[in-house]
Unconditional design. Structure first.
Length: 471
């Protein structure tokens, strides 16, 4: 994109950066740069200087996903308030122009900005925050639902055992997340079911961002011969849990490294359905795997023992206890997805077309990564680990400070003072140190006792109308 007014474009970039503390001499202030935004907008053409410019549209969209009220009406109302506070003429309160602006922006723009922020933050990790000097990435999948429109149903059909008109379109999402800071460095979408639509297929589309020496921390679904061989070819190490459905661990065999710790050979299966013949022949005949049994003695934990499999074979550099501690860190993946789906309300999306649904998800990811950046800034200032800070507390504090960040101060010194006050407030919201906490999986609060919707809504409304007509 070539803006008609470069000065106005730069002013909008600076305003957007200031809303997420990308200003001054704070650490991690170069994750959302003007160059990254301009590069993402390079393919956008035919955009006139109008109220909903690309950056204004992005800013309004970010405010929409961060707000408790996800409606477009509230998002446009915030823009009107912002324009009046700056002495500008208010725009229309109708949401049509905003929705059209979101449609004009390509999906790639949202994805490029979101991933560039996550990768820039991950690249600036302090050495003390890494695991044995290595970058560790988490991978897991989850699902989101969206409005029941014909377009969404065609692109992301609902599960097979739901009757038409009762369920909602459902999509699978796979995320690669940095362990040290929680930033999402890559994301993929697919249907919920069907050939090539599982989490393993998603991972293979995303792992190009992994570099030699990195460690992938994943669940048992990933620990098969094919994935490990392909990861080793890239120089990426794997730490996972043994998939008992396919292999059994026998610690009487192999090269013994210690109690319940040994090296074994996994031989290539006779056939691999996910690979063609040429790719199958390129795989090695066997791979050497380290298997370690970890016993869980904490009362309340469901799992009593598990077998961790890894390609980190040196027992001197990586002890059995190191592997157990690292695998326990995989729980952060569940917490990160909970932050996205529950805290940021991404579980049920609002857009009515598949393309806008994906843009909505990417905007959530961008906002999520920017919040993780602010958490890293607070952690660096107070010399604590980013994971020790509360994501929800950070989000609530940032929302409370937003009016001051927008309209409060204009001079550089005043902004820096406001930034430090915000970081100090965020640093007070720590995650409780509860490594051995366990709770019953039961609900206490009762909900309203309504029957389930077992027929299409239109059919039930017709039945209600007939009953009312008879009465």
């Amino acid at each position: 994109m070539r803006p008609l007014n470069q000065g106005w474009f730069r002013q909008q970039v600076q305003f957007l950066r200031r809303q997420f503390l990308q200003d001054g001499d704070l650490p991690f202030t170069d994750v959302l740069t003007e160059e990254a935004i301009a590069q993402a907008l390079a393919t956008v053409t035919g955009w006139l200087d109008r109220i909903f410019s690309p950056l204004v549209t992005l800013w309004v969209f970010l405010g929409q996903v961060l707000s408790a009220d996800h409606s477009c009406r509230a998002a446009v109302a915030r823009l009107i308030t912002h324009r009046l506070a700056r002495g500008q003429r208010p725009c229309s309160g109708e949401t049509g122009a905003y929705c059209q602006a979101r449609q004009r922006l390509p999906e790639k723009f949202f994805g490029d900005v979101a991933c560039s922020v996550g990768r820039a933050l991950d690249a600036q990790a302090e050495q003390c925050w890494l695991w044995k000097g290595r970058r560790v990435y988490l991978f897991d999948g989850t699902t989101v639902t969206m409005p029941d429109t014909p377009e969404n149903q065609e692109a992301y059909p609902q599960v097979y055992n739901q009757k038409a008109g009762l369920g909602f379109p459902i999509a699978r999402i796979g995320a690669l997340t940095s362990l040290w800071c929680g930033a999402i460095v890559n994301l993929g979408f697919c249907c919920y079911a069907g050939k090539g639509q599982g989490e393993v297929s998603l991972l293979r589309r995303l792992w190009d961002v992994l570099l030699p020496g990195d460690v992938l921390l994943a669940d048992s679904l990933i620990s098969n011969f094919t994935n490990i061989s392909l990861l080793q070819a890239r120089g990426v190490e794997l730490v996972s849990r043994l998939n008992k459905a396919h292999r059994k661990a026998d610690f009487r065999r192999g090269q013994r490294l210690g109690d319940d710790d040994h090296l074994v050979r996994w031989f290539k299966p006779t056939s691999i359905r996910s690979l063609d013949w040429k790719a199958y022949k390129a795989l090695p005949e066997y791979i050497t795997i380290r298997e370690t049994r970890v016993r869980v003695k904490q009362p309340g934990f469901r799992t009593r023992s598990l077998v961790v499999v890894t390609t980190l074979l040196d027992a001197q550099q990586t002890t059995k206890e190191d592997l157990a501690t690292l695998y326990r860190g995989r729980w952060n993946n569940e917490l990160d997805l909970r932050s996205l789906k529950s805290t940021m309300q991404m579980r049920e999306l609002r857009c009515k077309t598949p393309e806008l649904v994906r843009k909505e998800v990417w905007t959530h990811i961008l906002a999520y990564n920017l919040i993780r950046t602010i958490m890293a800034q607070a952690a660096a200032k107070h010399d604590i680990a980013p994971r020790s800070l509360s994501f929800k507390g950070t989000m609530q504090t940032l929302e409370a400070f937003q009016p001051l960040l927008e309209f409060g101060v204009t001079d550089a010194a005043g902004r820096m003072g406001l930034y430090h006050d915000l970081l100090d407030a965020i640093a007070t919201h720590r995650v409780g140190d509860r490594p051995d906490r366990y709770e019953p999986r039961l609900k206490k609060r009762r909900r309203n006792y309504y029957d389930w919707l077992t027929k299409p809504r239109a059919e039930i409304k017709r039945q209600m109308a007939k009953r009312l007509a008879k009465n």
